[in-house]
Design a protein around this ligand. Structure first.
Ligand code: SF4
Ligand code: SF4
Length: 340
């Protein structure tokens, strides 16, 4: 697979990365095999996080014995303060079995409060700078769902790379972030390139994304067939067809107005309703057997039944979604797929 320059880091990375969330659900031996086969396809860029359960450990096992310079590892810490950051990084290094991580991201810097905490004296950013001095990390980065805040942080010039959701429905990054990343020569990782599993047609998703020369999509991968299909599409390098564009317009009209970005800014809910798991699930549930749907969504639906319709969540949703109404619709549609 073709390698591209990842902004000012000068790292040469594959045109797509391997997103390490779904391997949390895969038995260790299978996950190790999956990561090794992915690397065999020419994908040298692997993204994980401290909080993705045993994802780092499985990746660490898979990359054992490889030449370190042949692989680019990105991970993340959710820490606000320096001490916790140092603990997170030490654990990431241990789990991955590495002396250094190429790109370490301050994870989900999505609110003013978190931004203020990480940049405060003795905050996580100080820890990140020290980690670069001591060569435990090569390049500083951050991830966010909050576009205005991400723009502000990017302009501050402290980071070499950024990770933001981007796909043909979730296009908030298109207008300012992607051009700004280019102008500042920052690496750009496109989070949720298939809408976190909602956009089923990989061809459409990746032909759309590959129009942008300075982005690296980071699909979460659970099965080797998925990454093989995506790698094939990327290597074919076919432009979007007129039919693709028409289909994208149709899906934007269908999903657009009620698209949940899974940012979780609507939380906390007094009833602990996992809003971002339920709203998008109505489109995914058709693909599951009733038993799998029950296992994945049964508890969430029970919680959704306790919704007080207080509207607190709506005051925090940056996308103005009518959450109680959408919850009801999702509940109805999901319930149809659960075992009778
Ligand atoms: S409206 Fe329902 S989902 Fe939203 S905060 Fe209130 S109880 Fe939670
Ligand atoms: S409902 Fe709104 S705030 Fe909550 S996860 Fe979805 S987009 Fe984000």
């Amino acid at each position: 697979m073709k390698k591209v320059r990842f902004g000012k880091t000068e790292l040469m990375v594959s045109e797509i990365a391997f997103g390490g969330i779904p391997i949390m659900r895969v038995p260790k031996a299978d996950a190790v095999k999956l990561v090794r086969e992915t690397i065999g396809l020419g994908i040298n860029f692997i993204d994980t996080a401290h909080v993705y359960a045993d994802s780092e450990e499985k990746i660490g096992e898979a990359i054992k014995g490889l030449r370190r310079e042949d692989i680019v590892i990105a991970s993340k810490s959710t820490a606000d303060d320096k001490k916790t950051f140092e603990e997170d990084l030490a654990l990431s290094l241990k789990r991955l079995g590495l002396d250094y991580i190429d790109i370490y991201q301050l994870h989900n810097v999505g609110s003013q409060a978190r931004r203020d905490a990480v940049f405060a004296p003795r905050g996580a950013y100080e820890g990140l700078l020290e980690a670069i001095e001591t060569r435990k990390v090569r390049f500083p980065a951050f991830s966010s769902h909050n576009i205005p805040l991400a723009i502000e942080i990017m302009k501050g010039g402290k980071f070499a790379a950024v990770q933001i959701p981007f796909n043909y429905i979730d296009r908030d990054a298109e207008r300012e972030i992607i051009p700004l990343a280019k102008e500042l020569d920052m690496g750009f990782i496109a989070m949720k390139p298939m809408g976190g599993g909602l956009l089923e047609d990989a061809g459409l998703s990746f032909r759309y994304l590959m129009q942008y020369e300075n982005i690296v999509p980071d699909p979460g991968i659970e099965k080797i067939e998925e990454i093989r299909e995506i790698a094939g599409i990327v290597e074919q390098n076919r432009p979007l067809t007129a039919g693709d564009r028409k289909e994208i317009e149709r899906l934007r009209a269908e999903f657009g107005p009620s698209w949940c970005h899974r940012c979780d800014y609507c939380q906390p809910c007094p009833r602990d309703i996992p809003i971002s798991s339920i709203l998008p699930a109505k489109s995914m549930v058709k693909r599951f057997t009733p038993e799998r749907a029950q296992a994945m969504l049964g508890c969430a639906i029970e919680k959704a039944r306790t919704c007080l319709e207080c509207g607190d969540c709506m005051t925090r949703c940056p996308y103005n979604l009518e959450i109680p109404k959408l919850l009801k619709e999702s509940k109805r549609q999901i319930a149809r797929h659960l075992p009778k």
